[in-house]
Design a protein around this ligand. Structure first.
Ligand code: FES
Length: 356
């Protein structure tokens, strides 16, 4: 199906792509995407999923037009698209000359490698979120906020999960994720049934450019569901490093039964250098429950949080489903935040991925 759709977009012109800041040029053959052609020409283009869901190949279209195989809007925000960002793995050039710019995130992480590992411990955090620890064949180094691709021989494709713990300086052979059960999802159904315990996994990591930027600006962290994992990693790492910043954490969940890691957050808050405010917000808690905390959508608490900070300086760090991230970016940019102040990891699974 994808090949058929791509064939419809196949332009007749000879087409060249220039990549800034490398100053590299390459020709596009047939219905190749920019990413396919870049990799075929040994251009070190950032990428991971190659199917338009991870955002790793995000770049800025400087000149020329491209056709999107799948809508960039599944992964990029409306504001990013308006600012000219595209996904190279989903972009087929239409004009004779196209120029794109790779915008480096500045992350200082080792290059990805493949490790092998087995599940060494699991712990149910809620009815549908599990903490999963894997023991690896050797230590893995990553930057807090990054993720790993996990695969075993019995499943067709890898799954991406963010590290939930702070990294060790010299790496660790134990890594931890918080994995949400996706109804009908082949991998998570098997995981929650306990049938993956003795299997060997391939773990490709580290990936991702979601990390804490060096700054003293107030932080607004927003998590939805299992999106708390990379934020816990970032916050725990910052606490250990004695980073001094004002920090507000907004955690969106459906009901009290969906709240988890509260002890871990309390420990981070107690050791935090600076003001630390944790606000759980429930969207579907029954009216007659004794819950006395915040209710509604987590995105409705962004403006009150920004109003408590000098928001021309604040930074937002977010991880959660696409709808939450898109709405949060919309709210924050309308309130005066620039895209450069907003950092996010938009996770997709079978329930949120772009149709193919
Ligand atoms: S490599 Fe393009 S979105 Fe993942």
């Amino acid at each position: 199906m994808v090949a058929f759709i791509k064939s419809l977009f196949r332009p007749k012109l000879a087409r060249t792509v220039s990549v800034q800041p490398f100053g590299r040029h390459f020709d596009i053959r047939g219905s190749e995407t920019i990413l396919e052609s870049a990799l075929n020409n040994q251009v070190p283009f950032p990428h991971n999923c190659t199917v338009g869901t991870c955002g790793a190949c995000k770049c800025r279209l400087v000149s020329g037009r491209v056709k999107a195989i799948t809508d960039f809007g599944y992964t990029l925000s409306k504001q990013e698209i308006e600012a000219g960002y595209i996904l190279a793995c989903q972009a087929v050039p239409l004009d004779e000359e196209t120029t794109i710019e790779i915008v480096s995130s500045g992350i200082n992480a080792p290059p990805p490698e493949t490790f092998t590992g087995k599940i060494s411990r699991t712990e149910a955090l809620t009815h549908d979120i599990m903490r999963v620890e894997l023991k690896l064949d050797r230590p893995l180094q990553f930057v807090a906020g990054q993720y790993a691709n996990i695969k075993h021989a019995a499943v067709e494709r890898s799954r991406s999960y963010s590290f939930a713990d702070a990294p060790e300086q010299k790496g660790s052979d134990k890594i931890t994720f918080m994995i949400r059960k996706v109804p009908g999802g082949e991998f998570t159904e098997a995981l929650f049934a306990g049938s993956l315990t003795d299997l060997s996994f391939d773990i490709e990591s580290p990936h991702g450019d979601f990390y804490l930027r060096t700054s003293t600006a107030p932080m607004i962290c927003i998590a939805g569901g299992s999106g708390l994992a990379p934020l816990l990693s970032i916050l725990e790492d910052a606490r250990k490093k004695r980073v001094e910043r004002s920090c507000t954490v907004l955690f969106g969940a459906r009901t009290t039964a969906d709240l988890y890691a509260l002890d871990q957050i309390a420990t981070i808050g107690q050791g935090w250098k600076g003001h630390f405010n944790f606000i759980p917000i429930l969207s579907h808690e029954p009216e007659d429950s004794p819950w006395a905390g915040a209710r509604g959508l987590v995105t409705e608490s962004i403006i009150p949080s920004l109003n408590r900070e000098p928001h021309d300086k604040a930074e937002m760090y977010m991880c959660g489903p696409p709808g939450m991230i898109d709405r949060a970016i919309e709210v924050a940019t309308q309130h005066g935040l620039g895209l450069e102040q907003i950092h996010y990891d938009k996770f997709t699974d079978q329930s949120t991925a772009a149709p193919r």
